[in-house]
Each structure stands twice: as structure tokens, then as C-alpha cells.
Design a protein around this ligand. Sequence first.
Ligand code: ADP
Ligand code: ZN
Length: 614
Amino acid sequence: MTNRLNTVQKVSDCIPAARNILSSVFGYPAFRGQQADIISHLANGNDCLVLMPTGGGKSLCYQIPALMREGVAIVVSPLIALMQNQVAALHEAGVHAAVLNSTLPHEEAQRVEQKLLACEYDLLYVAPERLLTRHFLDLISRIPLALFAIDEAHCVSQWGHDFRPEYSQLSVLHERFPAVPRIALTATADPVTRQEIIERLALHEAKIFVSSFDRPNIRYHIVDKINSKQQLLTFIQTEHSGNAGIVYCLARKKVEEITAWLNFHDINALPYHAGMSPQQRASNQETFLREDNIVMVATIAFGMGIDKPDVRFVAHLDMPRSIEAYYQETGRAGRDGLKANAWMAYGLNDVIQQRRMIEESDALQQFKQIATRKLESMLAYCETITCRRMHLLHYLGETAVPQFCGNCDVCLNPPKTWDATIEVQKALSCVYRTGQQFGAGYLIDVLRGNCTARVKHWGHDQISTFGIGSDLPVKTWRAIFRQMIARGLLTTDSEGHGALWLTEASRPALKGQQNIFLRQPDVDKKIFRKMEPAVEPLFSSAEQHLWEQLRAWRSETAIEHGVPAYVIFHDATLKELVHACPRTMEELSRITGIGAHKLDKYGDHLINILRHAN
Ligand code: ADP
Ligand code: ZN
């Protein structure tokens, strides 16, 4: 910052000062959730651990104190791309910040170090391995330090997927700089990880700020998989035309196939999977981040460190292996707080495929059991007839959860249930009579009296269950089998051939001692009601035209500055511009996301576009 706001070392009530920075530097009118408390706690020199969901606004929790306290704030982050984008966004807001990591040429790194010694930065982002070098620790011991921020703090956890060995040595910061306050931040909620962070980072004295992990702007929506390619296309065309989104698939081949299919239908899609070269992957990721209308079709290799705020939807064409994975993947939608969709097509094959993957893996029995339990929770979530958000938050350990969210498919379009006791009995009986050796497809042939060569070969056209289910279509039978597996009334064989077996729970159901209600399948078009779009449409064609103009200007400016489009302005800011249509600099300064620096830099251009709008 040109006039640095770094004079406040100890202040009892620093919230007004923080609010002033929020508005003048970042252009936001109000703090979100616990931001103000966290900022005040840290700005007053205290340690804290912040558990906040993705999109909750963690960055401001240390960026604002960094501007309030004397000295340089050191931010540790494991992700190079993310650091660079954060620094680019800070530059746009007029904040002095820089990155130090292994990708920097030697001379550039030296220049950064010199500026650091001259205290020219408010924030310095540094990779953990760099931070831990003697050279760097000596360097920062020669300057005043505002704070240490340890982002993605769950990387200390050896049990997590993102384990970074260097993170476990970060307690050195506390040992060498006991007077410098620290803030650790993560979007990983579980208590085990939380305890590990406290232990390994020596944060025993730190105050813990836990936010709700609800993401109210995300709409959860699961559909019965019928023709997933077509369903995906319809979903994107009707609700997300021109939006950025992520489509997750399990296999590379499917990623390629879906990318081609979407491109064929004029949707800008790019693939991302482990079979591509690192350069190709990096380039596709870069395009996705920079532009505002790319659909990334990816395996789960994609996503860590994607802080793009305007991802409008996350679609799953294959079911994730656990609720944790689902929550993390869907959480990449709607970081900017605008409406977003988490959509999934789910069917019988997902259940069988995931079970098979567990069986075929080399993991120890103990891990297979955990994986099976997690999968069962995921299936229960898919099949739930209660509010999905409630289900999800309960699973994540939250207790104060409303029964009805009004923003998931179950709340918006309550599923009908039907008494399937007899059908379940017929299916179980068919499994029993055919010797528990066949998969769902074959069993459905027998039930429907479909005399295929295979059925004939095994003589199953002669058994009592042959044709007893001819009154129902294949789709309904598939939905019945899927739900039976999800409820543990059937299980897949341990050899991974997809044959269905009876379970302990099958017995009472087979004898008809228990009434079984299943979810009515969505196959009947009359039952399926299209939801209104999750993202508000712009009403008039003049508004639409202005929106396009602003987007085009943003895109040009972003290319000129070599930064992603959202770093210039978020969609939320452009949308507010369209609706409020400010004509003066004063009016413009009141728009969310336009701080003093951006007003200075872009105000004239924007006024010019807006004046010519109508
Ligand atoms: P997290 O790191 O928790 O996932 P970020 O810090 O990236 O979240 O913030 C998510 C988005 O919300 C960012 O684009 C950020 O600019 C915006 N944001 C954060 N706090 C506020 C606020 N108080 N008002 C408006 N927007 C905010
Ligand atoms: Zn709901």
C-alpha cells in the first residue's frame, strides 16, 4: 500500500480500523461470519486456528491484520499456483505483496529478498520448504514481522491426502519467533485433523474459531442416471450456458469422451487427467482459471488449490467414494457466494463399480472395511428421502442443522416413496433361485421373462421366478436393485464379478416380514420437475448486452495484466454494476468489490462502458 496502515500494534477495539480496510482496500461492505472476531483476535497479537469451509473467506482473516500490524506478514502455502493468484489479486487491490518459491529465477528471488529486508511488502507468500531454510529464517529475523499465516494447515496431517512433510516442522516458527502471532487455517473439519494441527504446530494456546460448514449457496441435486451424457448436456444447456464448471468422472477414457461430446455441442470443455503430460494439464488448468466460461472435465486429480471463485457448477458423472470427497469436490462451486449447483447422476453401476474398486484394491482388510463404511454412508446420502444438506452436515458432525433447507432436490421436489415389499421379495427370491451367481442385468432378464440365450443356457426360463416381474420396466428394476444394495439387502460378491448375494438383512425381507418403502424412480417424466436456474438470469436484453460488454472488457484487461479474469472483478461485482448502473465515481465506489485502488485504475473505463449502455 502506498500509505501503509501498519501503525496499530496493540489496539483493544480494532474492528473499525479493520472495517475501514475491508471497504477501502477490498471494496466489501461487511464482514462475513466470524471474520471480524478472527481479525481482531489476530491483530491484537494472539494465535488462532480457523476452521472455515471453502469459500468462507479465510484469506481476509490474515490479509487485513497484515495491513493493520507493523512489519511483514509471512504466509505459508503449499500451492504455487494459488500463491501466485493471491498475490496477483492483492496487487490489483493495491497491496504490496510478493511470492518466494522454487519457480522463481535466482535473480528475481534475490530482488524479492532485498525488498523484504527493506520492509517493502505487507505480505510475503512463501513455500514451506523455502521458509524452513536457515537462510530464510535468518533473513526474517532481521525485520519486523506482523504475523505468520499457515494456510491449508491440514497438510500437517499424515493421514490426510495432502500431507506435506515440511509442514510438520513449522513449529520452528513458534520457537524462533514466540512474539509473532500465528494463524493456521483449514477447510478440513474433522476433529482428528484439528488435534493434529494443534499438536504439530504447537498451537495449544490458540483460540479455535469453528464456522459452520454449510454452503447455503450450493444447491445439491442428484438425478437417477439414465443416459448420463445427455442428462449432463441438458443440465449445462438449461442451467449453465456460458458458465465455468467442473465435471468429475472416474476414468480417463470417460474424461476424453465427455470432453469431445460437450465440445461437439458447442460447450467449451477441456480434459484433465493423470494420463496427460504435466504441460498439457498445466495449460488446461491455466485456461480454466483465466477464462470465465470453461468446463473442465476431470478425474479427481483436478481440484486441489483451485481457488477460482466463479465455478458455477460441479457435476459428478460417477459417484465419489465418500461423503468427505463429495463435500470437498462439490465445495469447489460457488466460492464467491453466488448461487451454484452441485449436480450428480447416480445409478446402479456406481454402486457396483465402487464396491468392486474396494474389493480389487491391494489395501489391508482394515482399510477396506473403512472404505466400505464410507461408501455405505455415501450411498445412504444418495438415497436419502430427507433434506440432503441436513444429511451432509450431520455427517460432518454438526448438530444445529435445520430439517429443511429449501435448496436441495429433496426439499424442492420431495421424492415419492412406494411400498416395494413384494418387488423386493421377488428380486431376493430370484437371486436365491439362480444361486447367487449373477449380476443385476441378468437377474432383471429373468424377472422380466426375457428368454436370452444365456438365460436358456442356465435353464432359468424354467424356474418359478422367471417372468414374475414382467409388469415393471428395466429402469424401475435397476432402481430397485440399486436401492436394495444401498440398504444392504443385497451385496456384491467378494471376487468383484458383480454377482449379487443375499445378506443377513435379506432374510426378513425375503419372508415378507418387513414392509420396504423405496424411492420412486425419476423415470416418469411427470414426476420430474425442472428446477428454476440456480444462477439468476439477467432480465432485459439491454442488461444482457451490458453484461456481455463488461465481461469482454474484463477479459481483455485480464489478458493485458496476465491475471485470471476474476482477479480483475468477480461476477458478483459485474452483476451489481449491471443492476445499479452507476454513473459517477462516487456511485461506483459503493459497488461491492471496488476498492480505492481499483476505482482509481478502472473507474473511468467502467463509467465509459456504463454511460454508453443505454
Ligand atoms: P477460502 O480461502 O475460505 O476458500 P477466500 O478467502 O478465497 O475463501 O474467499 C472466497 C471469496 O469470497 C473470495 O473471492 C473473497 O474475495 C470473497 N470474500 C471474502 N470475504 C468477503 C466479504 N467479507 N465480503 C465479500 N466477499 C468476501
Ligand atoms: Zn434440503
